[in-house]
Design a protein around this ligand. Structure first.
Ligand code: GN1
Ligand code: MG
Length: 343
C-alpha cells in the first residue's frame, strides 16, 4: 500500500499495520501501527507545497527553539529516516514524512462546547506565544502570499475570467455574493499597510480539526498540520478559528440554515486566545479581532469558489460540485458573521 522506498526508510515491513487516516484536503495520511509504537505517515502534496524542504526546515527551527525555551511544551517533532533525513522521496518523486501518533487524543470536526472553543483557541495561541522571541525572518513562507486576501481575490478574478460558461452559470449566485464582499479586500489592504500588525510565527491552518484534545480531560494537547507554520499575522490564526468554531456545522454542510452564530463560542474562543496572547498582542492589533473572522471566512469562500471555477484542481473532492457547496457554505457563514460582528 505504501511505496517500497518509504517502507524501507522507516523500517516498516509486511506485518506493519497501515491504514488511511484523517480528512485533509491536500495530503495523503496514514496511521501506522508498528508495535510497540504508532505513527502518522504522510505523503506531501508537492504540487501544492513546491518546497517541502522549507516546511521541514520551519518545523525543525520551531522544534529547536521550543525544546530550548519551553521544554515541557508538546510539539510534533519529525521522526527521521534510517539515514537521518526529515523526508524520504518515493519512486514517483513524492516526499513522505513521519510523525509520532499522540496517544489518548481525539480531533473534532465541530465544536460542541464552550470549553472546547476555549481550549482549542488557547492551544493554537500557545504555539505562537511560545515562539515569541524566535527569529521570525529565519522562517520561510512555504506558500507565497498564502493568506494575502488581495492576492486571493486576484486569483478568484482570474478563475472567473477563464471559467467555462456552464460552471459560471451554476455558480452565478455565489459569484455575486463573493463580489459583494470585496470591500473586505480594501479593509484588509488598509489594515496591512497601516503597519499595525506584527509579523510573528503563526500556524496558518487553525481549523478545528488541526488540534488534538486529550480524550479524558478535553484539554488541548498538541497542534498538528504544521505545513504552514511560517511568518504571518495573528488575524490568520484567530480568524480561521472563528471560521471553524462559531458555526455548529463544518464547511462541508450543505444545509445553509444550519449555519448560525453561536456567540458563546465566539466569546469562549476569544477569551481562550487572549488568555495566552493577551499580553503579546498590541492594543492596535486587538481592534482587528472581529475583522479576523470575516477576513478568513472570505478567503476560504474565494478559494473554494475559484477552485470550482478552475475545474476542481486544488482541493480533493468526493462528489461533483463539492467545492461550490463549500464556497456557498462559507459565503453564508460570512453573511452571518458580518451581521453579528458588525463589520
Ligand atoms: C486546506 O491541509 P488542510 O486540508 O487542513 C488548506 C487550508 C484551508 C483548509 C480548508 C495548504 O487545509 O488553507 O483552510 O484546507 N491548506 C492549504 O479546509 O491550502
Ligand atoms: Mg493544512
Amino acid at each position: 500500500m505504501i511505496p517500497k522506498l518509504v517502507a524501507q526508510a522507516y523500517g516498516f515491513d509486511a506485518q506493519t499495520d497501515i491504514r488511511p487516516l484523517g480528512a485533509g484536503h491536500i495530503h495523503k495520511t496514514f496511521l501506522v501501527v508498528s508495535a510497540p509504537s504508532t505513527y502518522v505517515l504522510q505523503r506531501i502534496n508537492h504540487f501544492v507545497f513546491r518546497r517541502p524542504d522549507l516546511i521541514m526546515k520551519n518545523i525543525s527551527l520551531a522544534d529547536d527553539y521550543l525544546k530550548k525555551y519551553h521544554p515541557d511544551y508538546t510539539f510534533l517533532s519529525v521522526i527521521r529516516t534510517n539515514v537521518g533525513a526529515a523526508m524520504v522521496y518515493d519512486e514517483e518523486g513524492y516526499p513522505w514524512r513521519l510523525f509520532p501518533f499522540i496517544d489518548q487524543t481525539v480531533t473534532l470536526e465541530e465544536i460542541h462546547t464552550r470549553e472546547q472553543a476555549y481550549e482549542g483557541a488557547r492551544g493554537f495561541g500557545l504555539l505562537t506565544r511560545n515562539l515569541e522571541g524566535c527569529e521570525v525572518a529565519l522562517f520561510a513562507p512555504t506558500i507565497e502570499r498564502f493568506h494575502d486576501l488581495s492576492w486571493r481575490y486576484e486569483q478568484f478574478e482570474q478563475a472567473l475570467a477563464q471559467a467555462g460558461e456552464d460552471r459560471k452559470t451554476i455558480a452565478s449566485e455565489a459569484i455575486q455574493q463573493a463580489v459583494h464582499f470585496s470591500y473586505l479586500v480594501d479593509r484588509y489592504h488598509q489594515l496591512i499597510s497601516s503597519g499595525s500588525l506584527v509579523l510573528r510565527v503563526t500556524h496558518n491552518d487553525t481549523k478545528i480539526n488541526n488540534i488534538l484534545f486529550d480524550r479524558e480531560t478535553g484539554k488541548a494537547r498538541c497542534v498538528i498540520d504544521l505545513d504552514t507554520l511560517m511568518p504571518g499575522y495573528f488575524i490568520y490564526d484567530l480568524g480561521d478559528m472563528m471560521r471553524t468554531f462559531i458555526s455548529p456545522v463544518s464547511e462541508e454542510e450543505k444545509d445553509l440554515l444550519k449555519i448560525v452564530f453561536r456567540s458563546e463560542m465566539y466569546d469562549a474562543l476569544v477569551s481562550g486566545y487572549l488568555e495566552v496572547m493577551g499580553d503579546v498582542l498590541t492594543d492596535a492589533e486587538k481592534t482587528a479581532i472581529p475583522f479576523s473572522g470575516l477576513m478568513m471566512t472570505y478567503i476560504m469562500a474565494l478559494r473554494f469558489l475559484a477552485d470550482y471555477l478552475n475545474g476542481d484542481v486544488y482541493y480533493t473532492i468526493h462528489y461533483e460540485g463539492q467545492n461550490l457547496n463549500r464556497a456557498r457554505n462559507q459565503l453564508r457563514l460570512l453573511q452571518v458573521l458580518s451581521e453579528q460582528l458588525g463589520q
